[in-house]
Design a protein around this ligand. Structure first.
Ligand code: HEC
Ligand code: HEC
Length: 84
């Protein structure tokens, strides 16, 4: 492998990592407040699916509608990361 190959690889890798990391930056995380504390625990003990079941008890209800540009609200924790 020449030096040039390594540089090309490094740049390619940097682009991939950037694209991969970018969406997460703008997506709000699962808040670390009292309201959401139990879901952090549930997530740690039983995983995403177990915790997600309860999100729509509040979110999406009257007075707490999703923003117009919000993606299809399922599998919340794939986008809204729970762990720090
Ligand atoms: C008991 C009602 C309730 C439940 C259940 C609930 N939330 Fe929330 N959530 C709120 C309220 C109230 C707010 C706004 C104030 C705050 O941040 O706590 C909020 C805010 C948020 C925000 C916005 C944070 C921000 O920075 O704008 C996200 C993301 C969120 N919740 C995700 C979730 C997910 C994912 C679940 C399921 C694991 C969930 N919530 C379950 C009441 C709830
Ligand atoms: C495909 C990714 C994705 C999924 C799945 C998803 N969200 Fe979001 N959510 C986002 C993004 C991106 C934003 C920020 C952009 C926006 O405000 O529309 C957001 C914003 C929010 C906010 C903040 C809204 C505000 O008024 O600031 C809440 C609350 C929220 N999501 C809750 C949820 C809940 C609850 C679920 C599951 C039922 C969920 N989301 C599923 C990507 C997602």
């Amino acid at each position: 492998m020449t030096k040039r190959d390594i540089i090309t690889l490094a740049i390619g890798l940097a682009v991939v990592l950037f694209l991969w990391a970018a969406p997460e930056e703008t997506t709000p995380r699962l808040p670390s407040d009292d309201t959401h504390a139990e879901f952090h625990i549930l997530f740690q003990k039983q995983g995403k699916k177990a915790a997600e079941k309860f999100c729509k008890d509040c979110h999406g209800q009257e007075g707490m509608e999703f923003p117009k540009d919000h993606p299809d609200p399922n599998r919340c924790l794939f986008c809204h990361k729970a762990n720090k």
